[in-house]
Design a protein around this ligand. Structure first.
Ligand SMILES: *[C@@H]1O[C@H](CO)[C@@H](O)[C@H](O)[C@H]1NC(C)=O
Ligand SMILES: *[C@@H]1O[C@H](CO)[C@@H](O)[C@H](O)[C@H]1NC(C)=O
Ligand SMILES: *[C@@H]1O[C@H](CO)[C@@H](O)[C@H](O)[C@H]1NC(C)=O
Ligand SMILES: *[C@@H]1O[C@H](CO)[C@@H](O)[C@H](O)[C@H]1NC(C)=O
Ligand SMILES: *[C@@H]1O[C@H](CO)[C@@H](O)[C@H](O)[C@H]1NC(C)=O
Ligand SMILES: *[C@@H]1O[C@H](CO)[C@@H](O)[C@H](O)[C@H]1NC(C)=O
Ligand SMILES: *[C@@H]1O[C@H](CO)[C@@H](O)[C@H](O)[C@H]1NC(C)=O
Length: 660
């Protein structure tokens, strides 16, 4: 019993690395630290674990008066034991307290931690919340897992319908259902304070959303603060006698009777309990309706723009979400004053960036991609969809795109403080960056990169991480930009060899320069260079007085035990933690090691940054980048970069801390 608990807690601590990204701290309002609201929030959240586990897995409460009143709610997944419920809620509540430091409203309902914790300054009990909605998918394609996709979608739709119906018919203490059809496993749950019809609307919204964006993948989940659905091709919940079973051979007559208040889009997928006459009528009317709508749309589009590519496959998958991302060229032109020179923010490897202001006052940054990127319109849209789904505090948010005539535009949120290089390498502004800010920037970049590499489920390799691609907002929170560009430009996935070596000299890993070989570890290399730049305030390309470049200088001082020599002179007199500085240099040197196998994963990097007790291996020699010719002439002898035993052993001790 105790041993099991211990293991669980250990797992949670490790998972915590991932989990720090799962909290949604809503920006509806802030409270001040040490206010009555803050104290009430902490008190109520810390009281939740006991109360929820002793109340059958669901609990809501409020505390305080007037403006200091806090409402909170916790819900455990329907199959958790009392003890597990306690542990998970305790963990989640503490995570919310530490990550949503000032927000009046937040919730967490993460894939790996099967519980919901939510609080707000306004009452939300019994209120259906369909926003914010978030999803995560298992990126493998469904056609790899089944031979008949049509049949698969059919049974998938039937199962979702049956499980949603069953979950919404639960009690006021528990609205939870699971189901199995062939290899498909599904789980749905609403907060039980919702009415039956609200729960049903909530779950069907999720199913619809999932169908629109992600049905072709091998599993995933979608959630709002009020309900959650997850499905996968493996068992991830405890099956019980109540689990719905559907099979191909027997039509799903076992599914419960339909509510007559169905929303129109669920009718399409749902045949159970309706006579075949009704089906015929419904099907015929839907076909006629769709045909008319499609006809009108096509006519309208043709008239508007005869050249525009239009694929009717859009109709099935993601037309809705794609549409919401689509901007009109007209309005972008207007927002940027027809891409005027005055509005140009900069020019990057992928095109020029313009500042713009939409009609509603919203500020945007528009990236106008070079023409002829070689990608078809459909591919472009798909990649935009992937990028739009990448949402993290440390990534610049993609708001939409525009694909008209020859223009390919990406529309991003506007980040006010320009980029890291403008501050870090400016002799006047650099002193403004104290150590705490720099450390925050380092950690933020690490988290954003970890999300790209591992948490987002897409495994995005950035390929061009450098100071100009780190934007800073008013609070100096770093936001990585230009991620996913490699995908847009035709290169793909985790590892691939490219003939065209594109990147920024100094930040490029040696294996990339030599062999065009790129992996997440090449991003880790660029990150290491960034750390050393942030600490020293020196550009990687800047040569020191004694002729050594930044990496050589850092390595030499590290070996001589004088690594603090590297630290920016503006920080030397300050109050910044010397041990944090030393640790950061250490991490930076681990990241720029010659051999990509020796470099830590971003997961280990984040762990080393946030937990000072994690032991770190000794770095081996970095890849010296003193001149391009040295590197290129070394290319032939690259075989003698074998790991020494000592480092491999050390590395193992770190990688055991990786969650997966
Ligand atoms: C919650 O806080 C927000 C922002 O401070 C405020 O606008 C809203 O009125 C508050 N709601 C209640 C019920 O106090
Ligand atoms: C709350 O604080 C965040 C940063 O902590 C800030 O971005 C936001 O504008 C603030 N919101 C309000 C309503 O004051
Ligand atoms: C929740 O539990 C705490 C003890 O942990 C108790 O003092 C408190 O009264 C409970 N809250 C409610 C609303 O019942
Ligand atoms: C939830 O809150 C409402 C309103 O305060 C209360 O009536 C109800 O009993 C609470 N439910 C639970 C399970 O605590
Ligand atoms: C609750 O979680 C916190 C932080 O994760 C931990 O320090 C504390 O020991 C936990 N409490 C219990 C009773 O497990
Ligand atoms: C796939 O399944 C559908 C519906 O069950 C069936 O009509 C179709 O013939 C199947 N296709 C193949 C290639 O087996
Ligand atoms: C369906 O709607 C009717 C009124 O239109 C309402 O009386 C009934 O309760 C609803 N049923 C469900 C299951 O929501």
């Amino acid at each position: 019993m105790d041993a099991k608990k211990l293991v669980l807690v250990c797992c949670l601590i490790v998972l915590g690395i991932r989990l720090t990204f799962a909290q949604t701290c809503l920006e509806t309002g802030n409270f001040t630290t040490n206010s009555g609201f803050g104290r009430n929030r902490d008190r109520i959240l810390t009281s939740l674990p006991t109360n929820v586990s002793q109340n059958g897995g669901f609990f809501n409460a409020s505390i305080g008066q007037g403006l200091d009143k806090v409402y909170a709610q916790a819900l455990c997944r329907g199959d958790l034991s009392e003890q597990d419920c306690f542990i998970y809620v305790n963990f989640t509540a503490h995570q919310l307290i530490s990550s949503c430091t000032n927000q009046k409203e937040a919730f967490s309902w993460d894939g790996d931690i099967p519980c919901l914790v939510r609080y707000s300054n306004a009452s939300f009990f019994g209120v259906l919340a369909l926003e914010p909605i978030q999803e995560q998918i298992n990126p493998d394609d469904i056609s790899d897992a089944t031979s008949n996709v049509t049949q698969f979608f059919q049974i998938w739709g039937e199962l979702m319908e049956a499980v949603a119906t069953k979950a919404s018919m639960g009690s006021s203490r528990l609205k939870y259902a699971t189901g199995v059809a062939e290899e498909i496993q599904a789980l749905m749950q609403c907060t039980p304070d919702l009415s039956q019809s609200d729960c049903s609307i909530c779950l069907r919204t999720l199913v619809r959303r999932y169908t629109a964006c992600c049905r072709t993948y091998q599993g995933g989940y979608v959630e709002t603060p009020s309900c959650r659905m997850r499905w996968d091709l493996y068992t991830f919940f405890k099956p019980t006698a109540d689990t719905v079973h559907l099979s191909l051979s027997s039509p799903p007559s076992a599914s419960p009777p339909e509510s007559t208040n169905k929303t129109s889009e669920t009718i399409k997928d749902n045949k159970a309990g309706i006579s075949s006459g009704t089906i015929a009528i419904i099907v015929v009317s839907i076909i006629v309706f769709v045909a008319i709508v499609a006809f009108i749309c096509i006519r309208l589009r043709k008239r508007k723009n005869s050249k525009q590519e239009m694929n009717t496959a859009d109709k099935e998958d993601g037309l809705e979400s794609l549409e919401s991302l689509q901007f009109q060229l007209k309005s972008v032109r207007k927002a940027t004053d027809n891409f005027s020179q005055d509005n140009m923010l900069g020019q990057g490897g992928f095109g020029a960036v313009y500042k713009g202001r939409l009609d509603d006052g919203q500020e945007i940054a528009v990236k106008r991609l070079f023409q002829g990127s070689g990608q078809g319109g459909e591919e472009f849209k798909n990649e935009v969809m992937v990028m739009a789904r990448l949402q993290h505090r440390n990534l610049v948010r993609l708001k939409g795109f525009c694909l008209e005539r020859k223009e390919r535009l990406l529309i991003f949120e506007f980040v006010p403080n320009s980029s890291l290089d403008h501050i870090l390498f400016d002799p006047i502004k650099r002193p403004l960056l104290d150590w705490d800010t720099r450390y925050k920037i380092i950690t933020g970049i690490a988290r954003g990169l970890l999300y790209l590499h591992e948490d987002s489920q897409y495994r995005i390799v950035h390929r061009d991480l450098k100071a100009p691609n780190i934007l800073l907002d008013e609070e100096m929170t770093p936001k990585i930009s230009d991620f996913g560009m490699a995908r847009l430009f035709g290169a793909d996935q985790t590892r691939d060899n490219t003939r065209r070596v594109a990147g920024t000299f100094g930040y490029m890993a040696p294996e990339y320069i030599r062999q065009g070989k790129y992996s997440v570890k090449s991003d880790v290399y660029s990150f290491g260079v960034l750390i050393l730049e942030i600490i020293s305030g020196d550009k990687i390309s800047h040569f020191r007085n004694n002729g050594a470049d930044l990496l050589t200088y850092a390595w030499r001082n590290w070996r001589e035990g004088t690594c603090l020599n590297l630290v920016d002179e503006h920080l030397r007199g300050g109050s910044g933690s010397r041990s944090e500085m030393t640790r950061s240099i250490h991490i930076g040197l681990l990241c720029v090691q010659e051999s990509d196998a020796n470099r830590p994963s971003m997961n280990s990097v984040v762990l080393m940054l946030i937990d000072a007790s994690v032991s770190m291996p000794m770095p081996s020699t970095p890849a010296f980048m003193a001149s391009a010719t040295t590197v290129l002439s070394e290319a032939s002898s690259s075989s003698d970069y074998n790991n020494s035993d000592q480092f491999t052993r050390n590395k193992v001790s770190i990688s055991t801390l990786d969650p997966r």
